[in-house]
Design a protein around this ligand. Sequence first.
Ligand code: HEM
Length: 98
Amino acid sequence: MFVKHLIIKHASFVNFTERFLDSSGKRVTPGSFLPFGAGPRVCVGESLARIELFLFASRLLQRFHFSVPPGASLPDLQGRFGVVLQPQRYSVRVTPRH
Ligand code: HEM
């Protein structure tokens, strides 16, 4: 119960469409964004993980084109609350780039 309250309290100021930009377009990191934890037990692999994620994502974007399938709608940007914030179900068409 407390965890759910905490998540919703923190999520209430997160704008899911521009979550890392303030109203003037300046980059900000919400205090609730802690994918690697915080404090003395913070993830020791954070630097490696960030490099891997950058390489993984950039490789996908280099090799494939991502689009909305015909007849499908854009993904709903409202997250689903749980142990972690999850995206709603959505469809994406992935085609190789030439
Ligand atoms: C996207 C990738 C990753 C995510 C989201 C992630 C996230 C986390 C989180 C949330 C914790 C707990 C922090 C806490 O208790 O406050 C953690 C701990 C830890 N992570 Fe990661 N991690 C990732 C990748 C890695 C990698 C690549 C390594 C090692 C090469 C690693 C090694 C560790 C270790 C050893 C701990 C325990 C630290 C401790 O308790 O002192 N993680 N990680």
